[in-house]
Design a protein around this ligand. Sequence first.
Ligand code: ADP
Ligand code: MG
Length: 443
Amino acid sequence: MDNLKIWHKFLETIKSQVSPVNYKAWFSKIKLDSVEDNQVIFSAPHAFIKETLTQRHLPLMESALAEILGKKVGVEIIVKTLGLPPQDPEEDFFQPVQSKTSILNPKYTLANFVVGPSNNVAYAAAQAVVQNPGTSYNPLFIYGGTGVGKTHLMLGVGNAILDKAPHLKIAYSPSEKFMNDYVEAIQTHKMGAFRAKYRSLDVLLIDDIQFFSGREGTQEEFFHTFNELVGKNSQIVLTSDRTPHEIAKLEDRLKSRFAGGLMIDIQPPDFDTRVAILRAKCLELKTNLSEETLQLLASSFDTNIRELEGKLVRILQVLKTQNLEPTTENISLHLLTAPKSSLKIDPKQVLTTVCSYFNLTHKELTGSGRQKGLVLPRHLAMFLLSEELKMTVERVGQILGGRDHTTVMHGRDKIKQLMTQDREIQRILIEIKQQLDSQQLFT
Ligand code: ADP
Ligand code: MG
């Protein structure tokens, strides 16, 4: 049997035994290097792929080969990297303009990303991308729930690449920014400049790509941006709260492009990782909490990391204002006495949170101004007060500057309807609720 045949049979067997995601992530990346008497050698483009295959899939590979070759053989995986493309001397021209203080938030690095079982595969993939941008996993697609570290990891990749190669042009763009830039470019007849900007990048990071849902023009434009960038080996990293196939109203060709690189999820952190993250956060805050205290906190909240951090900060603040040391006793006392029910939230807090979210004054929110930017915040306030706090629509109307109860009902229902179809509204609601939630402990 020639090597090509062995290779095809091997892939066929593996395909029937692992999930499509695993197949795509690991087996589609390797090649058959050589077949020796009692050993088969594969080549992988990264040490990271070699490691994963060795740790997780070696027995499977061995048994597939034994079946095909009719004898027991050993498996070896060697690493053959592709290397960075040679640097264009003209790129030097860009160096003075490209400052290191780019739009990337330097707070988020790979170095301060705490690694645990929930995110180690994503972390390893991020590192592989840093080692070899644009040549292996393109795009790198990171998905997972809110606050699990997607944005942090993506910016970590950007910052690490920038550290290694400061001349590269890297852009981080929340999906809203890409959409807004695109719409503005059309309105101001500056598509040329828009394309020059996005298509000349070496690394493009787009956050929360699920918000492209239903945006046909943006999707069309992004499809071409994507192809051009990938075509010239520029790295693309995308994050999303779900897999490409689960994003509604996303063109099939984009779904298949997004899934065509490496798709990896981040899971909510387990207990030990939560402890490690809290420990790291305390170090950052220059606060010393005992191991016991960290464990108490980590076991009190199995929520997302953003909330975990938020709650830590708030607890420390509260204890400080009460002149209490952050001991395990004081913290557990605090956790025990703090009310948990959302009914304890005071309507004023809802208004304050909505105002601060939209950068409005209390007067603007409750007043009679009819500017466009006031409508959504008011509707959200109506919804939160009547649905979350279970206040009567009459009472909500009074709180919101003496509005009629039918107006409140209309606003509340509007949000109820939008919630089911508008991702942007969903996101805003989640974020506002998160903020309220983190205050809940302290009311
Ligand atoms: P997402 O984009 O998934 O919603 P973020 O990346 O914004 O989540 O993370 C939320 C917060 O949690 C950030 O402050 C981030 O620094 C922190 N965080 C998340 N994961 C980790 C981690 N593994 N190590 C340290 N901090 C983390
Ligand atoms: Mg994010």
